[in-house]
Design a binder for this molecule. Structure first.
Ligand code: ZN
Ligand code: ZN
Ligand code: FE
Length: 763
């Protein structure tokens, strides 16, 4: 009987298998099936050698695949028979650093149920805010180098006490080799820093103090997993507006943390997929539809700038759970601890220096944050979780491709920057860096590039950059070294990013709808219909150019784009239109803009879809000057009524022209048609344009795969509408999910294009 024959095998496992409780899991099932041998972490993989009956080995392998711990993920598992070895029992061997290959690093994992339970029990983890185990806790934020061992994390300054050490060494324990494990006696602790109060490290006292402050309208800074947060009562109008002033953040919506899912459901509509994202171990901010909530308490209107969306999350650190136990309020604003446009703060001294004059208390801890992360942001669209801001809980999970991307460093775009490094067939996209505009963000950018290169043992061999000569990211890439450089058109990079996410390496129809990106004709692009592969693209059509009076200023002041779009239809007569937008307009200002366009002074051309959305939003009076990025398009989307199918007319020849659309909108406004109807008709028009163009390209080329990318596809109605219409007409449609469709995904596309050109020897 073959199955009873004793043999030995070696199993190599790659994927997310370190720092997620994988080895104790292997130990458990090996013991369960009476197998002897060992398991070991290396840089490349997890190695297992076992001896036992064939039957038991097969059962072991099946369990290995099917019973994984929550955050673990197997990419590849190979089994080969080896010479029969005798082992005594099953052991976990020390880590072995064997080469420059790397295993994956786990993202940070929300505190697990078992650890929350430990906090309720008497003992050294009672109310302990840094409780963790092999299934949960900090990972990426504390890791300094590989392989993942305590000595290479910021926990290396805390020596394990005898009790913790015993757990750490006991294979059957939940904290066996839990690198960040700690207890009240030996681990990190919180400290209260507040005026007129002597520094306190008693967590009970700290929580009572800060929860009283928050419940009474105070603002508290709390050090978290990947950076500092500012917190205040989400129901307190005064506190929220004070927080806005403090952060110097005019209109951008704030995220809210609810005490639990039941309270959350009172304030937001939520479907099963949204609940799944909210409660997952990644614990992101999820953008949900705000409920009309009439009975008090109501969330302050200042939270989300009057939009119909609300960014919400659930507690993910032990301290969040402890805090809500004390708080009377069921929801707090939890926003990154920084001033507008600066990266989230991670350093205690800097936080004290910058924020002590402005907040009512600060709660800091002494575990150093090595890799800065923000809260991630996702939205469920077309039945899938779509990552808008990719950071805590998601980074540094790689994107796997068939391309060899070894040594390529892609520097990304200017706004919403992420960069990307290539290691073999894996692309590691950085955490959300932010807008490369201030010195602090630029420094964060440069430092993190260095950290990634070191952490993932990259030997830079090629640089990929955007074509825009003035992007900080482009300049950083150019000054990086004298390696070969691949410069990639912005919208080609968007489409390539989506292609790589779906492992497409062929000719496709690429539809990039976006704000701005540098075009090969020197104009600002942003509504590109292309036929492309990973190497090159042909721009087939685009929205007809509109002048941007005042250049970049027109992106911040949508009213300028509204004048520009009216000018294309009515010329200077636009001043006589009987619509509120014109009647309320300062005539001198409008005349100046008209003159600029007539004489072509400082009026660069744009085909950016975002600018057209801006124009329509301004025409409807939804926005005049934007107080945050994409405010116009977001307000427009907020009004959409899904049941309406009406649309405006448009013209397609070489380009796509919207004069008749604008004319229709002006007529509707004049006739007193409601803004929500107009917004819906406009969205339907764009969906129709996407389909018409894709269809024409398919007829001319026979290509049936439509790839959608660019920031405009963060619009749920548009993405779902376009996807449905294309699929109904038998297109295969691809859109981004685990990689941002906004400029945060650009670097991945740049990396892929560079890898492809290297493969084809075009560079
Ligand atoms: Zn745990
Ligand atoms: Zn301890
Ligand atoms: Fe873009």
């Amino acid at each position: 009987m073959d199955i009873l024959i004793e043999k030995s095998v070696e199993i190599l496992v790659t994927g997310l298998v370190q720092g997620v409780g994988f080895r104790p899991f292997v130990f458990r099932i090996a013991t369960q099936f009476g197998l002897s041998g060992w398991v070991q972490n290396t840089n490349e993989n997890v190695r297992i050698q076992i001896t036992g009956k064939s039957l038991n080995i097969n059962q072991f392998i099946n369990n290995l695949k099917s019973g994984l711990p929550p955050a673990a993920m197997i990419e590849d598992l190979s089994v080969k028979e080896i010479d029969r070895s005798e082992f005594s029992g099953f052991r976990i061997l020390g880590s072995n650093d064997i080469s420059d290959q790397i295993t994956e690093i786990s993202p940070d994992i929300a505190v697990c149920h078992d650890c929350l339970e430990d906090m309720n029990q008497p003992g050294t983890r009672h109310d302990y805010a840094f409780v963790n185990c092999t299934n949960c806790g900090p990972r990426f934020t504390i890791i300094q180098d590989l392989p993942y061992d305590r000595a290479k994390t910021t926990m290396n300054s805390f020596a394990l006490c005898p009790d913790c050490l015993a757990e750490y060494e006991t294979i059957s324990d939940r904290r066996f080799h839990a690198q960040p494990t700690a207890c009240i006696k030996c681990g990190p602790h919180y400290e209260l820093v507040a005026e007129n109060i002597s520094v306190s490290t008693n967590i009970g006292d700290i929580l009572i103090h800060i929860s009283t402050l928050i419940d009474n309208g105070g603002i508290v800074l709390i050090k978290g997993l990947g950076g500092m947060h500012l917190a205040c009562d989400a129901f307190n109008e005064g506190a929220v507006s004070r927080l806005r002033e403090l952060k110097n953040r005019e209109g951008k919506p704030f995220a809210v943390m609810f005490s639990d899912i039941d309270n959350l459901k009172l304030y937001a509509d939520i479907d099963p997929l949204e609940e799944q994202s909210l409660t997952s171990w990644r614990r992101p901010i999820v953008l949900l539809k705000k409920k009309i909530h009439l009975t008090p308490p109501t969330l302050t209107s200042g939270l989300n700038a009057g939009l119909d969306l609300l960014g919400v999350m659930l507690p993910y650190m032990p301290v969040h759970f402890l805090l809500f136990r004390q708080l009377k309020t069921a929801a707090i604003v939890l926003t990154s601890g920084n001033f507008s446009n600066e990266p989230i703060l991670i350093d205690n001294q800097q936080a004290i220096k910058m924020f002590s004059p402005h907040v009512d208390a600060m709660v800091l801890h002494n575990r150093e944050i090595y890799n800065r992360t923000d809260d991630s942001v996702v939205k469920i669209m077309a039945g899938k979780e779509r990552v808008f801001r990719r950071s805590r809980g998601y980074v540094p999970t790689p994107v796997r491709t068939a391309l060899n991307m070894e040594g390529i460093v892609a520097f990304g775009a200017e706004l919403t920057n992420c960069f990307c490094v290539g290691k073999g067939h894996k692309a590691f996209l950085s955490q959300h860096i932010g807008d490369l505009q201030g010195i602090e963000t630029t420094q964060f950018y440069e430092n993190t590039i260095e950290q990634f290169i070191k952490l993932f043992r990259i030997k830079p061999a090629m640089i990929a950059i955007d074509m825009h000569p003035d992007y900080i990211s482009t300049k950083t890439g150019l000054s990086y070294s004298n390696l070969p450089i691949v410069s990639v058109q912005h919208h080609h990079a968007h489409i390539a990013s989506c292609m790589v996410e779906h492992r497409l390496d062929e000719r496709v129809i690429g539809i990039a709808l976006d704000g701005t990106g540098y075009g090969t004709d020197g104009n600002t692009w942003g509504s590109e219909f292309m036929v492309c592969d990973l190497n090159e693209f042909e721009r087939v059509s685009h929205f007809e150019y509109l002048p941007m009076p005042g250049g970049d200023l027109a992106a911040e002041q949508p009213w300028r784009m509204a004048i520009a779009s009216l000018y294309q239809v009515f010329g200077a007569d636009l001043l006589n239109l009987e619509i509120p937008f014109i009647k309320q307009m300062d005539t001198d200002k409008a005349s100046l803009i008209i003159q600029m366009m007539a004489k072509n002074i400082n009026c660069p051309l744009t085909s950016g879809a975002g600018r057209l959305f801006d124009a329509v939003a301004a025409l409807l009076g939804l926005v005049h000057e934007a107080t945050f990025q994409a405010e116009g398009p977001m307000r427009l989307e907020s009004l959409v009524k899904p049941e309406s199918i009406d649309q405006y007319s448009f013209t397609i020849d070489n380009t796509i022209q919207f004069q008749s659309t604008i004319l229709g909108i002006v007529e509707d406004i004049t006739n007193g048609i409601q803004p929500d109807t107009i917004a819906t008709k406009f969205h339907n028009t764009i969906i129709s344009v996407i389909f018409s163009c894709a269809n024409t390209i398919r007829m001319n080329t026979g290509i049936n795969k439509a790839v959608l990318s660019g920031g405009v596809f963060q619009n749920k109605y548009l993405l779902e509408g376009a996807t449905n219409l294309l699929e109904k007409n038998n297109f295969e449609v691809f859109s981004q999910a685990s990689v941002p469709t906004n400029d945060g995904g650009i670097a991945l596309g740049q990396l892929a294009v560079a890898a492809k050109r290297r493969e084809l020897k075009c560079v």
